[in-house]
Design a protein around this ligand. Structure first.
Ligand code: PGA
Length: 255
């Protein structure tokens, strides 16, 4: 019922040349992969050349961030309209690196979600608890508060356009993946909370897991009922590694 969505978050890696070289090697692996949605989120500088390179393919483009304003005197920012103009289908908002390194708050993220939807771009809204929050038993409280604050501006009929990325902060870039069971528990909580906000639409909303996803652990994560995809950082930088992730249900191909 929910089409799996596998997304590469390249963060601040890859020049235009490197991004195009990735595509050349990666595209052949995506043949016949229509059952899954494949999304690439390069740095802003590579969005336009990747949009050209992906034209005519089913792969989708995502930005990693967006301004919380329509336009104006905001040096260094990129407006939602500019991303729509480049053909971005998705944009990641509220990534924990933006929250923790750049001070992004829930109200700011909510504004970005609102603006993106106005411009026909689907937000990938990241939520997740820190290690200290998990260890002190606050995980669900934190996730619930982040969701309520970031997505409650969305009308229920548009809710299925959202993707939620559950990314426990302690699992990002650390090599410590959440166990499938622990991830499923958080995803089930998130879906229940989405149900309170959006009603029946919640069953159609996709929830990705993110945090040290690798070719070796994707299969077991995807086997969980409420895990509809992955947001992949480090393991998405290499075309063979990311191809093994998008072809998670065909591990025999890579034996
Ligand atoms: P990671 O990053 O796969 O390198 O842990 C995931 C993310 O930050 O989206």
């Amino acid at each position: 019922m929910r089409r799996p969505i596998l997304a590469a978050n390249w963060k601040m890696y890859k020049t235009v040349g490197e991004a195009l070289a990735f595509i050349e090697e990666f595209l052949p692996y995506t043949k016949g992969m229509d059952a899954v949605e494949i999304v690439l989120a390069p740095p802003f500088t590579a969005l336009e050349p990747l949009a050209r390179a992906l034209a005519g393919t089913p792969l989708k483009l995502a930005a990693q961030n967006v301004a919380a304003h329509e336009e104006g005197a905001f040096t260094g920012e990129v407006a939602p309209r500019m991303l729509a103009d480049l053909g971005c289908t998705y944009t990641i908002v509220g990534h924990s690196e933006r929250r923790h390194l750049f001070g992004e708050t829930d109200p700011l993220i909510a504004r970005k979600v609102e603006l993106l939807l106005q411009h026909g771009i689907r937000p990938v809204v990241c939520v997740g608890e820190t290690l200290a929050q998990r260890e002190s038993g606050q995980t669900f409280e934190v996730l619930g508060a982040q969701l309520d604050a970031c997505v409650s501006c969305v009308p229920p009929e548009r809710a299925p356009e959202l993707v939620i990325a559950y990314e426990p902060v302690w699992a990002i870039g650390t090599g410590k993946t959440a166990t499938p069971l622990l991830a499923q528990e958080a995803h089930a909580f998130i879906r229940e909370r989405l149900g309170k906000v959006f009603g029946e639409s919640a069953a159609r909303m996709r929830i990705q897991y993110g945090g040290s996803v690798k070719p070796d652990n994707i299969y077991n994560l995807m086997a969980e009922q409420d895990i509809d995809g992955a947001l992949v950082g480090g393991a998405s930088l290499d075309p063979v590694s990311f191809s093994r992730i998008v072809r998670f249900d065909r591990p025999e191909e890579f034996q």
